[in-house]
Design a protein around this ligand. Structure first.
Ligand code: EPU
Length: 421
């Protein structure tokens, strides 16, 4: 296992290019199963989760390969409908093969992903949507067995749960509906840019969808889809992570190959915190000279502040003079980073689904343990401003979602490297 070693105290300066969005690429790769023909997907980051998705596609009988940021998938005529526990248990996003398998093969047997370190992760909305389209769903031996003896039929579906809309459930149901007979309306659809990107991919394949980016999606089923070439959007969570890094270190960084329109909520909070952000066409320049100011943040579905940047925001709050409050509305238990940040000298108190953060003058480097992808990113950010050296263990979490993390931070002037344990 590797560890990342960071010595804090350097202001980040320079330019960093953002990779393709992991959370866009994963469902899009699954969606390529909807055609027999070959699809080529570009701007795909070189990440462990992407490799897991490709392994899953191969297990389903498709040809799938990755080379230099490009994924090529050739599903062929017949697919094996079983997504095995071994692969699904390592990555929840595997669940998004359910919609395409059901639509193409009339059958999907997908291991139930289960919860994860960020809390319970139910899939009731996925199942509700697929049942509404006519699938018969049974839970047996830890698997969701979905069958559509007759062709799926369009339906009116309300996809809201206790925590609002669901990104992957919207994707899954949309992917099934594009090949169903007749019209489907999904209400309370997720509006995240990754859902819009998936809809763009499907439309290029020949699907008929309107309303992507709004809570109401209208889909007219078609008989067949074709293979296409497509490039995924830039990763807004990676961009946000570099925004925080530059802001925390008091640096001056130009973030390139990004989509500023996808980071409004984050830029707004950073500006309130005293950070200067200038938008360009595909760039964001982030600078800070003055003191950070405390803010309160609540995570919400898009276009609200993303849960995937909550931990990173907390790292910034840790060194912001005064008291800041962060409330987690998507995953109320997503606070595994709190105890590790506190080991570095943060003063964070949990109160239900809120964290009360008392800003401290300085953090101190320590050995810390990464618990999930975004929690690990928060530890890296804290380490960049901490006194002394921090060792972040269990780096495989970071490798799931941040492409070339040490290289990118090194280019910006950070003292960071990877070591074998
Ligand atoms: N939910 C249900 N029932 C469902 C599905 C979801 O109650 O059937 C709840 C969840 O428990 C949660 C809320 O709905 O409280 C939203 O979850 P959502 O379904 O939107 O999450 P997801 O689609 O499984 C994606 C990202 C996550 C990101 C969330 C929220 C991918 C591969 N994953 O997950 O990304 O946090 O949307 O934006 O797209 C990450 O990248 O670190 C990550 C965890």
């Amino acid at each position: 296992m590797d560890k990342i070693v960071i010595t804090g105290g350097r202001k980040l300066k320079g330019e960093v290019a953002i990779s393709g969005a992991k959370n866009s690429a994963l469902p899009i790769i699954a969606a390529s199963l909807l055609s027999e023909e070959e699809s080529v997907i570009e701007n795909v980051p070189d990440l462990r989760d992407i490799q897991t998705m490709l392994r899953l596609l191969r297990a389903l009988g498709a040809k799938a390969q990755y080379e230099n940021g490009t994924v090529t998938v050739k599903p062929g005529k017949n697919l094996n409908p079983v997504a095995p526990y071994k692969l699904v248990s390592t990555m929840r996003a595997s669940v998004c093969v359910m919609g395409p398998l059901l639509a193409r093969m009339g059958q999907a047997e997908v291991s139930i992903p289960g919860g994860c370190i960020i809390g319970p992760r139910p899939i009731d909305l996925h199942i509700k949507g697929l049942e509404a389209l006519g699938a018969q769903v049974e839970i047996q031996h830890g698997y969701v067995n979905a069958r559509a003896p007759k062709k799926l039929r369009g339906a009116d579906i309300f996809l809201g749960g206790s925590f609002g809309s669901s990104v992957l459930a919207t994707g899954n149901v949309m992917m099934a509906a594009v090949l169903a007979q007749g019209k489907t309306t999904i209400e309370n659809a997720a509006c995240e840019p990754e859902v819009v990107d998936l809809a763009r991919f499907l439309k290029k394949m020949g699907a008929k969808i309107i309303g992507e980016g709004s809570p109401i999606l209208e889909i007219e089923g078609v008989k067949k889809l074709r293979g296409i070439r497509f490039a995924v959007i830039p990763d807004r969570i990676e961009a946000g992570t570099y925004l925080f890094a530059a802001a925390m270190t008091g640096g001056d960084v130009l973030i390139k190959k990004t989509e500023p329109a996808h980071t409004h909520a984050v830029a707004d909070k950073l500006r309130q915190s005293g950070v200067r952000i200038d938008k360009g066409k595909m760039t964001l320049r982030v600078r800070r000279n003055g003191r950070l100011k405390p803010v309160d943040v609540t995570t919400l579905p898009y276009p609200g502040f993303p849960t995937d940047l909550q931990a990173q925001m907390m790292a910034l709050m840790s060194i912001t003079p005064g008291i800041s409050v962060i409330t987690e509305k998507i995953y109320p238990d997503r606070f595994m980073h709190v105890s590790e940040l506190n080991r570095m000298g943060s003063k964070i108190f949990l109160e239900g689904n809120s964290a009360i953060v008392h800003g401290v003058k300085r953090l101190s480097g320590a050995p810390v343990m990464a618990s999930d992808l975004r929690a690990s990113a928060a530890l890296v950010l804290a380490a960049l401003v901490a006194e002394g050296t921090t060792e972040v263990h269990r780096v495989y979490h970071l490798d799931r979602g941040y492409e070339k993390l040490e290289t990118k931070f090194s280019f910006l002037g950070a003292s960071i490297h990877r070591e074998r344990e």
